[in-house]
Design a protein around this ligand. Sequence first.
Ligand SMILES: Nc1nc2c(ncn2[C@@H]2O[C@H](COP(=O)(O)OP(=O)(O)OP(=O)(O)O)[C@@H](O)[C@H]2O)c(=O)[nH]1
Ligand SMILES: [Mg+2]
Length: 349
Amino acid sequence: MDREELRRCIHGFSLDKCKKGNQGFSRILIQLFGFLGHGKSAFINTCIYVLEDGEYENWAKAIEQDGGSTTERIPYKLTRNITLVDNRGLKNMDGYETGEIFAQLGNLLPLGKVDWPKGFELVDRITRAEKSMTTSDFIFPVFVHSVKKSISPEEQENMKKVLLKSRDLTGVYPIVVLTHKTSGKLTDTENVFRDMGMERIFSFENYTKEDHMKTRGRHEEVLKFLYEVIKDVEFRIEHRPQDPVKEIMERKRFVTRYIHECAKKAEQEKIELQRARDQARLQKVKRAQEEQISRQRERERQDRDMEMKWKQEELERGRQLQLARQNEELQAEVEKLRKKSKKKWRIFR
Ligand SMILES: Nc1nc2c(ncn2[C@@H]2O[C@H](COP(=O)(O)OP(=O)(O)OP(=O)(O)O)[C@@H](O)[C@H]2O)c(=O)[nH]1
Ligand SMILES: [Mg+2]
C-alpha cells in the first residue's frame, strides 16, 4: 500500500465499517504512556504533522529540552474517529504511579489536569469521575520509550509487569514506540522489549522543532503505525464481542483491585520496615549492654591485676627487707668472729 492509500485508509476509518458493526464504540483512543521525557508529546506532533501534511507546529507542547513537562491528559483529534491521548509521564514504576497510569489508561479519570497527590485516594477520584466516564472509546495502549535511555534488568522486570497488566486491563497488547531511533542502541532496546514478550515494536526519529524536514521514511513509518492500530482494532472488534459498558466496569474493578493490592503491599512493607527498625533498635540496646558488661569485666580484670601486682611488689619488698636483715646479722656475726680470733692471737703472742 502506498502513502496516499494508507492516508486515505486512516482518514476514512470508521468503527461503523467493522464487519460486526461498531459494537458500541465510536472512536479509537490511542493512549500514549511511558516515562517522563521519552517523546510522547513529540510523537503526537509527528503523527499530526504526517497526517495533516502541512506546516510543523508544537501542537502537543513537547518540551524544548530533555526532561518532563506534560501534566495533563490531553486528547488530540487525529481524524474523525481516531484520537491520541498524551498522558502524564511516569517518574518510576512503583505501585503508586502505576496505579495512576492504569487509571488513565483505563479511561477512568477525566481528560484534563492530572493531579497526583501522594497516597491511595485514587479510588475516590475514580468514583467521583464515574459520571463523566466515556464508555464508547476503544482504548489502544501505546508505550513510548526512548532508545537513548538504557534499561536495567530491574527496570525491565517492572516494565514487563506494567506492560502485561496494561494488556490485561485493555484487552490489547500494547504497541511499543521507540523514539530517538538514531541516537541510541536501537537493536538492543528492541531486543529488550521482545524479551518482555512485546511483538509490535515501531521505531521513530520524531519530527521536532529543530528537525522537521519531511522524509519519505519517517512519513511512511507513521502511516504504517496508524494503519496497524486500525487493523488491530478491526480484528479485535470482529473476534471478541465487546460490551463497552461492561468493559469499563471491568477496568474499574481491575484498577481498584490493583490499588488495593498496592495499598496492602505498602502497608505490609510499612509493618516490615517498622519490625526491622524495632529489631535494629533491640540489637543496638543488646550490643550496648554487652559492651557495658565487657567494659565492666575489663575494669574488674584490671583491678585484679593491679592488686596482684601490688601484692607481688609488697612480697618482694618484704623478701628484700628480710634478706637485708639476714645479711646484716651475718655481717655482725662475721665481725664478732673476726674480733674473737684477733683477741685469741694476741694472748698467744
Ligand atoms: N531528536 C529527537 N528528539 C526527540 C525525539 N522524541 C522526542 N524528542 C525531544 O525530546 C524532548 C522530550 O520529548 P517530549 O515529547 O516532550 O517528551 P514527553 O514524553 O512528552 O515528556 P513528558 O511530557 O514530560 O512526559 C523534546 O525536546 C523533544 O523534541 C526523537 O525521536 N528524536
Ligand atoms: Mg509530554
